[in-house]
Ligand binder design. Structure first.
Ligand code: IPE
Ligand code: IPE
Ligand code: MG
Length: 255
């Protein structure tokens, strides 16, 4: 483990696509739910490890807008785990000064989970340690659609169309004000810096709709290990790989 490299160039924001719970369970002849149970324990370990490593923001892909396609039993089990976790872990957040945030469509979650999620955010809002963003009922395309809807709502409430422009046939008032910055300001958590590093476990080479806008220039690290087997050593392996990357953002660096 090259800890020197990871402290030299540490990502501010890390996102994790926590994948492989089902395979982990199936390999052991267990129900998929056992994999999710182990996966939750891993999430707790990795939150503590990332906080210790000095990461400021950790986005965890918990449940996607597409995961509703799974069997009802599995969905219910995952939602039950999420609820229990939110209800019971305040001490853990407090000890680690962790602030809980959410990204995703809260209106698509059960009233109970939505309430627990809001309560956890309120209870931890003054903690100044790492911020953990739970991507729950999250889809990147869905987030962009919701952002555009909010933008339209804001526009029509704050700035009714200029009558003179409308009369002269000028269509410019709305479309001309749309920039990347305007869209970004209407995303779920506009104050959070974009992720520097996205980790995906279980060896799949795809983003599965995780933070497409924010991760446009993130570095990716694919780990073959299944999420329930993940630990601090794997996290440092990913941080070391990140420290060795050259980020150009489209520019050409002088030799
Ligand atoms: C990730 O593990 C957890 C969720 C998507 C909720 P999976 O359940 O996708 O595990 P695999 O991919 O089937 O192994
Ligand atoms: C992505 O994993 C979603 C989460 C980790 C919550 P999936 O297992 O749902 O992704 P696909 O279906 O393999 O793309
Ligand atoms: Mg999967």
């Amino acid at each position: 483990m090259n800890t020197k490299a990871s402290t030299a160039k540490l990502p501010v924001h890390v996102g994790i696509i926590m994948d492989g719970n089902g395979r982990w369970a199936q390999e052991r002849g267990m129900a998929r739910s056992q994999g999710h149970l182990e996966g939750l324990k891993t999430a707790r370990r990795i939150v503590a490890a990332a906080s210790k490593a000095g990461i400021r923001y950790l986005s965890l892909f918990v449940f996607s807008t597409e995961n509703w396609k799974r069997a009802k039993d599995e969905v219910d089990f995952i939602m039950g785990l999420v609820k229990q976790h939110l209800m019971r872990e305040l001490d853990f957040y407090r000890q680690n000064r962790i602030r809980i945030r959410h990204t995703g469509d809260i209106s698509g979650l059960s009233a109970e989970i939505a309430r627990e999620l809001q309560q956890a955010q309120r209870d931890t809002k003054d903690f100044d340690g790492m911020q953990v963003v739970l991507a729950l009922n999250y889809g990147g395309r869905d987030e962009i659609v919701r952002a555009v809807r909010r933008l339209l709502d804001d526009h029509f409430h704050e700035a009714p169309p200029d009558k003179t422009q409308a009369a002269s046939g000028n269509q410019c008032s709305m479309p001309c004000s749309i920039t990347e910055d305007v869209i970004a300001r209407h995303l779920d958590n506009p104050d959070i810096p974009y992720p520097d590093l996205i980790i995906r476990t279980a060896g799949e080479y795809r983003t599965s709709n995780f933070l497409p806008w924010q991760a446009a220039y993130a570095e990716y690290f694919i780990s073959p290990a299944l999420w329930p087997d993940w630990n601090e050593t794997f996290l440092h392996e990913a941080l070391d790989a990140y420290a060795g990357r050259e980020r150009r953002f489209g520019a050409v660096h002088a030799p």
